[in-house]
Design a protein around this ligand. Structure first.
Ligand SMILES: Cc1ncc(COP(=O)(O)O)c(C=O)c1O
Length: 385
């Protein structure tokens, strides 16, 4: 039987993933400098409180609301501030699911969305699985990352329905500047496009420029439809609990929420326990985020110290987020370099190509992992670059 053409043609792992699996199967200890799962990084979670929050008596009753429980939405609105109200929010099981709902809301099969790149690699598949195509629009680096309005303009087609930006971006850490925000909303207004802003990393500013847009929610009355995405996976470092959300703003917000609620009603995918627990989990989250910010800073300082012994290597500024881009002489391709690091030093780093970084000369490291692993990985890996 023929399967949907939306699926990939094959499921063969890439060379790096295949080599990693083979080395691990052979018992090799790998220093993973790509770890992005916070539950594997040695943070001290308030375990008893999290368990208690998840076992409130209300978890035993089923009282579905397509937008998600009002109490949970009220707590999320308080977390964000900026005048956000419970009625502006719709809960989802993840930001990935939120993208799926938004693409169904805004576009028809054959339409496209614009995604400034480099960025989160999942967009391509999330769009394709809804019958859309994600058109990559290159950003450029000059002292910091910049969106390129001319390239964005040139990429629009009659079938473009939305622009998706990540603020701060993964993996570049780029926060939109306030000027970029007003240019972007003006562009979307003129072209009748929606603007999706993924802010899962917005609590993690590391080296933020003064003119940054902390959050798109600062704009209470944007001129185009704006959908801001976030969730517990980064806000509370609890990806396993599966709670994301969409905040809806701008012209047509009521109609957009009605459409989203209709779509969400077909799935009702958010579990009662996580909705019941959300207010308490958000109260516990700042202490977890503090630990993460401390870790990110410590690993960045360790990287700077290590780089001082390797003057041919450097890093880009980390305005925000959990990753850093390491710049190296492109004596070989980034894919080959990542494979070399893995096979000769047992260090796992991502090649820039995984995130659509143009050309060669970049590796992407996560700053989230335990400090001892990070330092040891640098000690073993940098001399090979
Ligand atoms: C930009 C971005 N959005 C969303 C997510 C994932 O969020 P969720 O677990 O809610 O799907 C990630 C995960 O790394 C991410 O980098």
């Amino acid at each position: 039987m023929r399967l949907s053409s939306r699926l990939p043609h094959g499921f063969t792992p890439n060379a790096l993933t295949a080599s990693l699996a083979a080395l691990k199967a052979g018992g090799r200890e790998i220093l993973d400098l790509t770890v992005s799962n916070p539950t594997r990084c040695g943070f001290a979670y308030p375990e008893a409180e999290i368990r208690t929050a998840l076992s409130a008596p209300t978890v035993l009753s089923y009282d579905p609301d397509p937008q998600g429980s009002r109490t949970a939405r009220e707590a999320i609105a308080r977390h964000h501030g900026h005048g956000l109200r419970a009625e502006d929010l719709l809960l989802t099981a993840s930001t990935s699911e939120a993208y799926g709902l938004l693409f169904k809301l805004l576009a028809d099969p054959g339409d496209d969305i614009l995604v400034p790149s480099p960025s989160y690699p999942l967009f391509d598949w999330l769009a394709r699985l809804e019958g859309l195509s994600a058109r990559s629009v290159p950003s450029y680096f000059h002292e910091r990352w910049h969106l390129d309005p001319g390239t964005l303009e040139a990429a629009v087609t009659p079938r473009t329905r939305a622009v998706v930006v990540v603020n701060p971006n993964n993996p570049t850490g780029h926060f939109l500047s306030k000027t970029e925000w007003s240019d972007l909303t003006a562009f979307c207004t003129e072209r009748k496009l929606a603007l999706l802003v993924d802010e899962v990393f917005s609590d993690y500013a590391l080296e933020p420029p003064a003119d940054r847009l902390d959050t798109a929610l600062q704009d209470a009355d944007p001129p185009c439809p704006v959908f801001v995405l976030s969730g517990l996976s980064k806000v509370a470092a609890l990806p396993q609990l599966k709670l994301g959300w969409i905040a809806v703003r701008g012209p047509g917000a009521a109609e957009h929420m009605e459409g989203l609620a209709f779509l969400a009603d077909q799935y009702l995918s958010v579990s009662a326990p996580v909705q019941a627990a959300a207010p308490r989990l958000l109260e516990l989250a700042p202490a977890i985020r503090d630990q993460i910010r401390q870790r990110l800073r410590a690993n960045l300082a360790a990287l700077d110290a290590a780089l001082s012994a390797h003057p041919h290597l450097s890093r880009l500024p980390v305005e925000g987020g959990w990753s850093v881009l390491l710049r190296r002489p492109a004596v070989d391709g980034d894919d080959a370099c990542a494979l070399r690091l893995l096979e000769h030093a047992s260090v796992l780093a991502h090649p820039g190509s995984f995130f659509d970084l143009p050309g060669d000369g970049h590796l992407v490291l996560s700053l989230l992992g335990p400090e001892s692993t990070f330092r040891e990985g640098l000690a073993r890996g940098l001399s090979l670059l």
